[in-house]
Design a protein. Structure first.
Length: 145
């Protein structure tokens, strides 16, 4: 992964504050687990309330955590007086999302003055095993605050 530097020395506090305003994250039980310039990780424990008809974590929930991880990864490299929004993303589901916990990892591929391209992964964890369940390619836009 490239070694990025944030233009905002207080980027971690800004990310945590923004994440705290997303009411969907506590609703599903997600939390920030790592924040670095150009990379953010979100953890989600399994809950039967978030499953689809076969008992797997719902694809929409997988998408929520992957999209947010990528958005916040992009936001780490944006100025303090900006906001971030998703322009588009494409997600591939590689296997059913079955596990005790899930980790979404968002990484900046190419930062830009306005548009940033990110990649994301969602991993399922069960005991000492982990399995890649989804990959995501996303475009984020920085907007004035």
């Amino acid at each position: 992964m490239p070694n990025f530097e944030s233009p905002d020395p207080d980027f971690e506090s800004r990310i945590r504050a923004s994440f705290g305003r997303q009411t969907v994250m506590p609703t599903i039980g997600a939390r920030l687990s790592a924040i670095r310039p150009g990379e953010v990780r979100i953890e989600l424990p399994f809950s039967p309330t978030l499953t689809q008809q076969h008992g797997y974590l719902h694809a929409g929930i997988v998408g929520i955590i992957a999209d947010s991880a990528c958005g916040y990864a992009a936001y780490t490299l944006m100025p303090a007086d900006s906001e971030v929004l998703t322009v588009e993303y494409k997600i591939n589901f590689l296997s059913p999302a079955s596990g005790q916990t899930f980790t979404a990892i968002g990484r900046v591929v190419k930062p830009g003055r306005t548009v940033t391209v990110c990649s994301g992964e969602v991993w399922a964890h069960r005991d000492d095993e982990r399995k890649l369940v989804a990959v995501l390619q996303a475009t984020m836009i920085g907007t004035p605050h």
